[in-house]
Design a protein around this ligand. Structure first.
Ligand code: 4F9
Length: 246
């Protein structure tokens, strides 16, 4: 998979692609991350990429011309068809399902805004979809792009080792993750649920699933709305709820 990123801070994007699971996916040739700086496509002497907004008001808006020229250059760098995404608070929320959808594409071109955002005419002409990582305003789209690169990069086949498998992750099946415990010299097995020490893998799997269901019910009931649980999950959750309310 190839991800091109239009950003005024290309070094930040490069660094995101050099660490951790994403860095390893790049080393393994599973992912390419290529930054493009719209300022390199500004045509005036001052290399301007922004201007004051029509209608007045505070802040600056990114000019369409450098963005369009930069996007054209990015598109031309590969024959792969691309989905062009603008990271913005006005976008649809990023979910694990959306991450899986994007991870299956051959190429993304992500546009990171700064200042008050982009000229709307560029958005209407060039952007396929807007994506938000949450209902808050950042200084620019770069951190959101880094989140998408990670969420999508780790889903590339071969990016994760078995021990890091994505299948068990939080949200991978729309539920929160169960609690985890590991060997601690200072704590020993204090506070570790006995089932995890039982060696009974069936019971451990049952407990973990019940904890995922229960935690989701307690912390993010919205994730269960409209979700039809199978008989097994429904029984596990009912048991958890009964114990919780006892
Ligand atoms: C995506 C982008 C943004 C953002 C971009 N520029 C300022 N905030 C916020 C949330 N999700």
């Amino acid at each position: 998979m190839r991800i091109d990123v239009l950003s005024l801070f290309p070094d930040f994007i490069r660094q995101c692609a050099q660490v951790g699971v994403v860095g390893r996916a790049v080393e393994r040739g599973l992912l390419t991350v290529e930054p493009w700086n719209p300022r390199d496509f500004a045509t005036d002497n001052y290399r301007r990429v922004d201007d004051r907004p029509f209608g007045g008001g505070p802040g600056m808006v990114m000019l369409p011309e450098p963005l369009s020229a930069c996007l054209a250059a990015a598109r031309a760098a590969s024959a792969l068809p691309a989905r062009v995404i603008y990271l913005s608070p006005q976008g649809k929320p990023l979910t694990q399902a959306k991450a899986r959808e994007l991870a299956a594409l051959p190429r993304l071109v992500m546009v990171c805004g700064r200042y008050e955002g982009l000229d709307e005419r560029f958005i209407e002409k060039e952007i396929d979809e807007e994506l938000s990582i949450g209902d808050y305003v950042l200084s620019g789209g770069e951190l959101a792009a880094a989140v998408v690169i990670d969420a999508v990069g780790r889903l590339q086949a071969g990016a994760l080792n078995d021990a890091e498998s994505a299948e068990q992750d939080s949200f991978e099946d729309g539920l929160l993750d169960c609690p985890h415990y590991t060997r601690s010299e200072s704590l020993g097995t204090e506070g570790v649920p006995a089932v995890l020490l039982s060696g009974d893998h069936a019971k451990i799997a049952r407990w973990r699933r019940q904890q995922s269901l229960g935690r989701t019910w307690l912390r993010r009931p919205d994730l269960l709305e409209g979700r039809v649980l199978d008989k097994k999950d429904a029984a596990l959750l009912a048991e958890f709820q009964a114990e919780w309310q006892a």
